[in-house]
Design a binder for this molecule. Structure first.
Ligand code: SF4
Length: 488
């Protein structure tokens, strides 16, 4: 396929391919000079969006001729960072200490930081002041320019090759920086190094307009920008030609997909179009904001043979009082109505969620409400987080609750989530269900590991050549969140 055949922004794309050619020459020269492979390592922190971005970074690196390895002591190491929780930031600073030791041993080593954390100006300042050995910093909006930036790391910022190079690019000490606070540009279709040959994430939109008061995403990923449906369809068709049978449509809030397009289209309509792609067998999506989940979408999922019966529907809190403080735009009753309607319409669906414990002003009565919702919905699983104060968000200015209180409440919530999850997962014991075989089991190589449509993991005996195929497995032994089964 010609790389410009599917293209969200041809001009930008063509320019980046020119930089990729220049970068190839740089890497080839280095290889010749050192008489060995030039290695690169990409370390990903955070969510599915970041994992997808890392596939893009790795795709550029491989196309440029780097040997991508998993050892951080490489010729080039990239941290694709996350800033959703404060301890994610602290983790990165801690890990940078190790990289500085590697760099002392190998002064030619290059260190790159990108992702959500480096969208924050205070982080860039801290990196420049205390981690001057970092060679390149860029954010989430300009990731498609990675080949261009990396070329400057090796050849110098003064060697701008084309007149329309990034105007925001500058150098502070030894560090090259490009910080974009916003963008309207969508530039996909650069090389991608997919982790799995048979399944792939597909970005359908970027950014978020919701400004939940605890969340930093709208500040670091910008406002909502949807890709044209035609571009998404073409990308998936090409993935299918390449052997992909399952796609995960990705966006911070997929239910508001298409609203900002010149010719608006709903997420439900996009799903109808994706479903028609021949050869595609499974469709997943992530994440859904409860305020935008329409009856039309429930209908489409219910009537589809390809859309997996799994919805991730973040609750965050079951207390209407806290939900209001969070700016979630729904209350306890609305959430319950929606979740129970989904369960009624699609009885075999699994509903998973995110819950925050310890949000400012939260009381035991608020947590009681959360537990009430967990019991009434009967979540199949929940990611339970302790509230993390993020500077710059409105919630950071609200009265915080004590650590002791949070710990107690967190344990209550976790216990309840584990109970409901177990109640849900045992319901399928004895059933034979289709499983997409994902990999050889990491602990026991005689087993394969796969995923049911509802996202439950199943381990069973089988040969490696089944990886990437859908097979029927009888779910025999429930182990809490996963099953041991037998292929039928
Ligand atoms: S919907 Fe709320 S929590 Fe989700 S990304 Fe947007 S602001 Fe953050």
């Amino acid at each position: 396929m010609n790389q410009f055949e599917t293209c969200d922004n041809r001009e930008e794309l063509e320019r980046q391919y020119k930089y990729l050619e220049l970068l190839k020459k740089v890497v080839a020269d280095l290889k010749e000079l050192k008489n060995r492979d030039i290695t690169a390592c990409v370390e990903t922190f955070g969510c599915q969006m970041n994992a997808r971005d890392s596939e893009k970074i790795s795709g550029i690196l491989k196309s440029a001729g780097f040997k991508v390895i998993e050892d951080e002591n490489a010729d080039l190491t990239i941290y694709n960072t996350c800033s959703v929780r404060d301890n994610a930031n602290q983790k990165v600073y801690g890990r940078l200490g190790r990289l500085s030791t590697f760099k002392k041993q190998n002064p030619d080593m290059k260190v790159v930081l990108c992702g959500c954390m480096t969208q924050e100006e205070c982080v860039i300042e801290k990196l420049c002041t205390s981690y001057g050995f970092v060679d390149l910093i860029f954010g989430t909006h300009n990731i498609y320019r990675f080949a261009e930036y990396l070329f400057y790391v090796y050849e110098g910022i003064e060697n701008k090759e084309f007149d329309d190079s990034d105007a925001n690019l500058y150098k502070k000490g030894n560090t090259i920086i490009s910080h974009w606070s916003e963008t309207k540009v969508i530039c996909e279709n650069l090389p991608i190094d997919r982790k799995y040959p048979y399944k792939s994430g597909v970005n359908i939109m970027f950014g978020c307009n919701n400004f939940c008061t605890y969340c930093i995403v709208p500040y670091v990923r910008g406002r909502e920008r949807s890709r044209e449906a035609d571009e998404i369809i073409k990308e998936i068709e090409n993935l299918v030609k390449d052997g992909v049978i399952e796609v995960m449509l990705l966006g911070q809030n997929v239910n508001s997909y298409g609203k900002n397009l010149e010719n608006p289209i709903s997420f439900a309509e996009l799903l109808r179009r994706v479903e028609k792609i021949e050869g595609l067998e499974r469709i997943r999506f992530m994440t859904s904001h409860p305020k935008d989940l329409s009856d039309e979408l429930i209908e489409v999922i219910k009537n589809s043979k390809k859309i997996c019966h799994h919805i991730h529907l973040p609750l965050q809190s079951g207390s209407s009082r806290i939900l209001k403080k969070m700016n979630r735009v729904y209350d306890k009753e609305k959430y319950l109505d929606l979740a129970l309607k989904i369960r009624r319409e699609i009885p075999d669906i699994s509903i998973t969620t995110d819950i925050i414990v310890g949000f400012p002003c939260e009381t035991k009565e608020d947590v009681d409400d959360t537990i009430d919702v967990i019991k009434k919905v009967g979540f199949d699983n929940a990611f339970t987080f302790i509230y993390s104060k993020r500077t710059g968000t409105p919630a950071a200015e609200m009265p915080q609750v004590s650590e002791e209180f949070v710990k107690e409440q967190f344990d209550r919530v976790l216990k309840c989530v584990q109970e409901t999850a177990r109640e849900q997962v045992v319901k399928i014991e004895g059933q034979t269900l289709p499983v997409l075989v994902e990999e050889v089991n990491k602990q026991d190589e005689s087993l394969l590991t796969g995923r049911l449509e509802n996202n439950t993991i199943v381990h069973f005996k089988g040969s490696e050549d089944l990886i990437g195929k859908i097979v029927n497995v009888k779910c025999l032994e429930c182990k809490g969140f996963y099953y041991f089964g037998e292929m039928i």
